[in-house]
Design a protein around this ligand. Structure first.
Ligand code: MEV
Length: 433
């Protein structure tokens, strides 16, 4: 637990990478081995990769950054994010600082309940079959738990059965049986798939039908996480916009995403910039999260925003997010990938639910940052600055020189490598005179 530390680290972004790594190592109590993993000295190696997938030929690296300023349910977090896109980590940290000024994020989550599906066909009467399955509910749930395994040992296991007749399909009526399974701190795909495969023969006997698919559903809508928070309007004022106008513009941007699927897609993509980066950092399955998020966003038949934004009675901005977040802190790549282990240690989360709640807060923070930029100055200005930084570094600038070269390139609106090289030489000459 990192409750004694503040994640408010002013100027963190201005430090060098080794300095930042040292600050985080101190903060999270990382061992020298764990620090070596982050610096790429050790980490996922080819031999481990060979055990993870088929036909492995090597490994592929991505940057890991730290989002600062997160205060969630009165606890401070440094959030590891793995992402190739510039600006996301900075934007999320900045937004977390704004939420912090309003008291931080308040989060909550459902029990870690996954859905396993069994598709039953060739039934004389779908409703009679559904009734027969439900009549055996308790015995079937007991049978699932008899498989055992570490999830059951840790208090998880089968919780419920649900039946969903679907009458009108091109292959005739079918009965879909849902097994609701508590996966505790695991994402749980393996346990759920094992459970539904185990149940299938029984379901055939009970219904007299034929089972086709047995697989979990990524629409994990019984395993949602929520985050909400307030940003004092005054925090949103800049030289160019008043706080009232900024609040209004952000609310308008939020409503745009609520009413228009074209905008909602991009809006949610931005949210997932934040979410996926933490999901990847912690070794979780980001395709599962993406699939669940988009399906949930379309749950009422029309694709919409994953967030809501409104103004409270004091004129402050408030936002909330809710989405399925099936992530684990044990099993799968979270266990195999050395950097995922370190990421979890930096986060200091004690349960899969706590991780899901942090991820929801990151999604909400990213959304605020994107909407604020879009609704005020546009995102290109910030992006150009990041781009200019990369060019300045490529031109050989380091330390303070980076910011001076960036500033000079932005002022003359020429963000090019040759120009950056000239500036580096020029500043170095001036410095040595
Ligand atoms: C870019 O990766 C993400 C944004 O387009 C998100 C948004 O439009 O809200 C900036």
């Amino acid at each position: 637990m990192n409750a004694q530390h503040s994640s408010r680290l002013p100027g963190f972004y201005k430090r060098s990478l080794p300095e930042r790594a040292a600050i985080v190592a101190e903060w999270a109590g990382l061992t020298p081995e764990e620090q070596a993993v982050l610096l790429g000295v050790s980490g996922l190696n080819a031999a481990q990769a060979d055990h993870m997938i088929e036909n492995a030929i090597g490994v592929y690296g991505l940057p890991m950054g730290i989002a600062t300023n997160f205060l969630i349910n009165d606890q401070d977090y440094l959030v590891p994010m793995v992402i190739e896109e510039p600006s996301v980590v900075a934007a999320v940290s900045n937004a977390a600082r704004l939420f912090r000024a309003g008291g931080g994020f308040i989060t909550s989550s459902d029990e870690p309940l996954m859905i396993g599906q069994i598709q039953v066909l060739d039934l004389a009467d779908v409703y009679v079959a559904a009734g027969a399955v439900m009549a055996q509910r308790d015995a079937l749930l007991r049978q699932v738990d008899e498989i055992g395994g570490s999830i059951v040992k840790h208090g998880g296991g089968a919780r419920d059965l649900q039946v969903r007749p679907i009458l009108d399909t091109p292959v005739g009526p079918m009965l879909i049986v849902h097994l609701i399974y508590d996966t505790r701190d695991a994402m749980g795909a393996n346990a759920v798939n094992t459970a539904v495969e185990h149940l299938a023969p029984q379901i055939e006997t009970i219904t007299g039908g034929r089972v086709n698919l047995r697989i979990l559903s990524n629409l994990a809508d019984q395993r949602k996480a929520r985050a909400e928070g307030m940003i004092p309007a005054g925090e949103l004022a800049t030289e160019r916009i008043t706080s009232e106008d900024a609040v209004q513009a952000i609310i308008e941007a939020g409503i745009f995403a609520e009413v228009d699927p074209y905008r909602a897609t991009t809006h949610n993509k931005g949210i997932l910039n934040g979410i996926d980066a933490v999901v990847i950092a912690t070794g979780n399955d980001w395709r599962a999260i993406e699939a669940g998020a988009h399906a949930y966003a379309a749950r009422d038949g029309r694709y919409t925003s994953l967030t809501q934004w409104w103004k409270d009675e004091q004129g402050n901005l408030r936002g909330a997010i809710e989405l399925p977040l099936a992530v684990g802190i044990v099993g799968g790549a979270t266990r195999v990938h050395p950097a995922a282990q370190v990421a979890l240690k930096i986060l200091g989360v004690q349960s899969a639910r706590q991780l899901a709640e942090v991820i929801a807060a990151v999604g909400l923070a990213q959304n605020l940052a994107a909407m604020r930029a879009l609704a005020t100055e546009g995102i290109q200005r910030g992006h150009m600055r990041m781009h200019a930084r990369q060019i300045a570094i490529a031109a050989g600038a380091s330390g303070d020189l980076v910011n001076r070269v960036v500033q000079a390139m932005i002022e003359d609106n020429t963000i090019r490598l040759e120009r950056a090289k000239e500036l580096v030489q020029q500043f170095k000459r001036a410095g040595s005179n």
